[in-house]
Design a protein around this ligand. Structure first.
Ligand code: NAD
Length: 494
């Protein structure tokens, strides 16, 4: 029996109960046990959180110096590093992602906080020389205001870490709505924000299902919304936000092509292909779920992949030796198995996996065996839809042009991978692929400094890097007339 923790909402620097009276369970997808209960926020509490964030923005945070904002962010990074292991353990308990990954993600979020902490006192404007020398002009960068952050269940803190540091550095305050399937670490994160000494109201958390997200988006009072989740959720949010004219950043799904050319280092490429799809149980938006392999090396790559996939150690996500954990929740588990069945019916050749793993210690967990389909054609559903699970579609190709055409033949455009030793090809193909990110001879490598985001139905806007910072800043132009001359009131001044 685990001790069950009951979490309230975090509004204006304090944990407060929900007046809705509704609570829902946080369930460990490995053991099936409930380990926490979460409050379902009512619309009134969502509004209170937005009001607290607004008040703090106007009265405190926008007036806090960059030096002080940076200092607080570094302190938060210290605390997250201090607690990276227990926070990782908790996230793993909540969503089944292996602890090797969740702990590393906590440290990466601390790194991202430090990157953006460095921006806080360097948000410079510019002086703009005009045609009229008797006018002086400058443009400043100002914080946008209150930001609504809505995240998915696969990596709650890592997704928050893609958004929050830039928002805080810019001088914005936030209201976060984590996924109903994985809320606890975001609430624990609130305790670290408080311990770091941030003013009350900078960081607020409202928990609940899509109704809570909708209340946040539709209630108004936000200056921007940053969303990570499904295309269905993204569309609903963009439409609702549009009615309030609230701008949005959308980080949605992907069906990323990972392309192995016959001149590649096949050993490294095979490991990269594995990392692309079986890391995080494939429950990542950047999963390299379509593996395109050039004919001359097709059989070799396939047999290497199958051999390694069959040795992947499934097990308790809290065990450091485990390589692949569970699906994060029951609906996701069922969805993955349904896609596997559809691939079979469509005639894809099953090389390994293809079913749930229920033996021995895995019995209670939502495990799906690492699954590889060969001879997939790009028009099959398994190659077109985002599965968000450990299911790889291997697609053969003959020429570079064909690889590019197949790679781009998708409604998504988040990430792509290229494996080649040919320098010219690296540049040709990375230029031709319509994705927001391209990895060459690596896959699923991340950095605080680099822009993250997609094109096409993978969304719009960018996170991390300088581009991530700009998302939360508004440019203000100030034009000053220095002359004593009278103007013509009926003609525009140029
Ligand atoms: P989801 O869209 O169902 O839910 C995401 C969040 O939005 C949750 O907090 C949910 O409660 C909320 N929500 C859902 N509908 C809403 C609505 N109408 N109004 C307001 N809020 C709403 O997505 P999910 O199943 O939690 O996450 C999986 C998806 O996330 C996958 O498609 C995956 O590709 C995507 N994802 C993208 C990235 C990225 O950075 N591009 C990263 C991770 C996951």
């Amino acid at each position: 029996m685990v001790a069950i923790k009951n979490y309230d909402l975090y509004i204006n620097g304090a944990f407060v109960p929900s007046t809705s009276g509704e609570r829902f369970d946080a369930r460990n997808p490995f053991s099936g046990e409930v380990h926490a209960t979460i409050a379902q926020a009512s619309d009134a509490e969502v509004a209170a959180a937005v009001a607290a964030a607004r008040e703090c923005f106007e009265q405190t945070w926008r007036k806090t110096s960059g030096l002080e904002r940076g200092r607080l962010m570094h302190r938060l990074a210290d605390l997250l590093e201090r607690d990276a292991d227990p926070m990782g353990t908790l996230e793993t308990t909540d969503n089944g992602k292996i602890v090797r990954e969740t702990r590393a993600q906590m440290r990466f979020v601390a790194r991202t906080l430090r990157f953006f902490a460095g921006y806080c006192d360097k948000i410079y404007g510019k002086v703009i020389p005009l045609d009229r020398l008797d006018h002086f002009d400058y443009a400043t960068l100002e914080p946008l205001g209150v930001i609504g952050i809505i995240t998915a269940w696969n990596s709650p803190i890592a997704l928050l870490g893609n958004k929050l540091p830039a928002a805080l550095a810019a001088g914005c305050t936030v209201v976060v709505k984590p996924s109903e399937h994985a809320s606890v670490t975001t609430l624990e994160f609130a305790k670290l924000v408080e311990e770091a000494g941030f003013p009350a109201g900078v960081f607020n958390v409202v928990t609940g299902d899509a109704r809570t997200g909708a209340a946040l988006v539709e209630g108004g009072g936000l200056d921007k919304i940053s969303f990570t989740g499904s295309g269905v959720g993204g569309r609903a949010i963009a439409q609702a936000a549009g009615r309030n004219l609230t701008p949005v950043i959308l980080e949605l799904g992907g069906k990323s092509p990972n392309i192995i050319f016959d001149d590649a280092d096949i050993g490294k490429a095979t490991v990269g292909a594995l990392a692309g799809i079986f890391a995080a149980t494939g429950q990542t938006c950047i999963a390299g779920s379509r593996l395109l392999v050039q004919r001359p090396v097709y059989d070799r790559v396939l047999s290497g992949l199958v051999e390694r996939a069959e040795r992947i150690k499934l097990g308790d996500p809290l065990d450091l030796a485990t390589e692949m954990g569970t699906a994060a929740n029951e609906p996701q588990f069922e969805r993955i198995l349904a896609f596997i069945n559809s691939a079979r019916q469509e005639g894809a050749r099953l090389m390994t996996g293809g079913e749930a793993a229920r033996d021995g210690a895995l019995a209670k967990g939502l495990f799906v065996k690492p699954t590889i389909f060969a001879d997939v054609s790009n028009d099959m559903m398994v190659a077109r839809e985002e599965i968000f699970g450990p299911v790889l579609s291997v697609i053969p190709f003959e020429t570079e042009e064909e690889a590019i055409a197949i790679g781009n033949d998708t409604r998504f455009g988040l990430a792509s991978g290229i494996w080649t030793t040919n320098l010219n090809r690296m540049h040709r193909v990375s230029s031709a692929l319509r994705t927001g990110m391209v990895w060459v001879n690596t896959y699923r490598a991340v950095a605080a400094q680099t822009p993250f985001g997609g094109v096409k139905e993978s969304g719009y806007g960018r996170e991390r890097g300088e581009e991530g910072m700009k998302e939360f800043l508004a440019t203000k132009n100030v034009m000053i007339n220095l002359s004593e001359a009278e103007r013509d009131p009926f003609a525009v001044q140029t």
